[in-house]
Design a protein around this ligand. Structure first.
Ligand SMILES: O=c1ccn([C@@H]2O[C@H](COP(=O)(O)O)[C@@H](O)[C@H]2O)c(=O)[nH]1
Length: 278
């Protein structure tokens, strides 16, 4: 199924704009998983199984797996999501960016090895560095635009307008993607919840393009301001990500099942807080 079709269906059927981010940190795992060789898979699987009915997508962050030589557990996790929670899109957060011949390999990695439904890509190297991902017509390509971190302003806020005009780099990226790179209708943009005014600007420049919005929860982004700035006319258009605030909501609990129940409660509360503003 096309990523956009699956995402739209998930928005409607789950009545949720919440994306649960899967950023496993073994140091924060409950006691019964400590030291197990499959701990990353088991932790993430438990989170997925208790939150799937409350999300529009999942977003595994590849560095959290690769840093611990757990790529096999990432493969198994995505396979599990597809098998047990069909219709739940998986956005692989890889933020790749390289020349075309290397990008082709990254696209194979994302879509054929990991079988992700969408991948995050850095647009800094330009169109030919993104085309290998766009060549997969059913897959989503989500480009960094206005990232949630403070240092994002170092480049993304540079004025790239013509003399006398004013256009910031992130606005140029939004316009370029919406008007030129999205010919296949499979692009989205990353815009941080920590910058609601820029979410509104990106929404104005891109119509109904899906926006992946990290930055609520642990990074302190404002949920009502995010939803007001980014929702489309039908009250969708957003994948609002929260990772640590949900994954480790029960971090103090050493009980076997406590961490998953706490994560579910945090996910439901976040979904409901978002829905209250739609
Ligand atoms: O601009 C960006 C782009 C990506 N991220 C990623 O989202 C999650 C956020 O985690 P939290 O624990 O909810 O803060 C993480 O995987 C980042 O790599 C982002 O934060 N900002």
């Amino acid at each position: 199924m096309h990523f956009m079709t699956a995402l739209k269906a998930a928005w409607q059927q789950r009545n949720s704009l919440l994306c649960v981010g899967l950023d496993p940190d073994p140091a924060r795992f409950p006691a019964h998983l400590q030291g197990r060789p499959d701990a990353i898979f088991e932790f993430c699987k438990a989170i997925v199984d208790v939150t799937a009915d409350a999300v529009c997508c999942f977003k595994p962050q590849i560095a959290h797996f690769a840093a611990r030589r757990a790529e096999d557990q990432l493969e198994a996790l995505i396979e599990h999501i597809h098998a047990r929670h069909p219709g739940t899109p998986v956005v692989l957060d890889a933020k790749r960016g390289d020349i075309g011949s290397t990008a082709e390999q990254y696209a194979v990695e994302s879509f054929e090895r990991y079988k992700a439904d969408a991948v995050t890509v850095n647009p800094y190297m330009g169109r030919d560095s993104v085309e290998p991902y766009l060549a997969y017509p059913d897959k989503g390509v989500i480009l960094l635009c206005r990232t949630s971190n403070p240092g994002g302003s170092d480049l993304q806020f540079l004025d790239v307008g013509a003399p006398g005009g004013s256009l910031k780099l992130y606005e140029h990226v939004a316009r370029l993607v919406a008007e030129e790179w999205n010919a296949g209708g499979n692009c989205g943009l990353v815009v941080g919840a920590t910058f609601p005014a820029e979410i509104a600007r990106v929404r104005a420049l891109t119509g109904d393009m899906p926006l992946l919005v990290p930055g609520i929860g642990a990074q302190g982004g404002d949920v009502p301001a995010t939803v007001a700035a980014g929702r489309t006319a039908d009250g969708t258009g957003l994948m609002i990500n929260s990772s640590r605030a949900i994954l480790y909501a029960g971090a103090m609990s050493a009980e076997s099942e406590g961490f998953a129940a706490a994560a579910r409660q945090a996910a439901l509360a976040t979904r409901d807080a978002i829905n209250a503003c739609r």
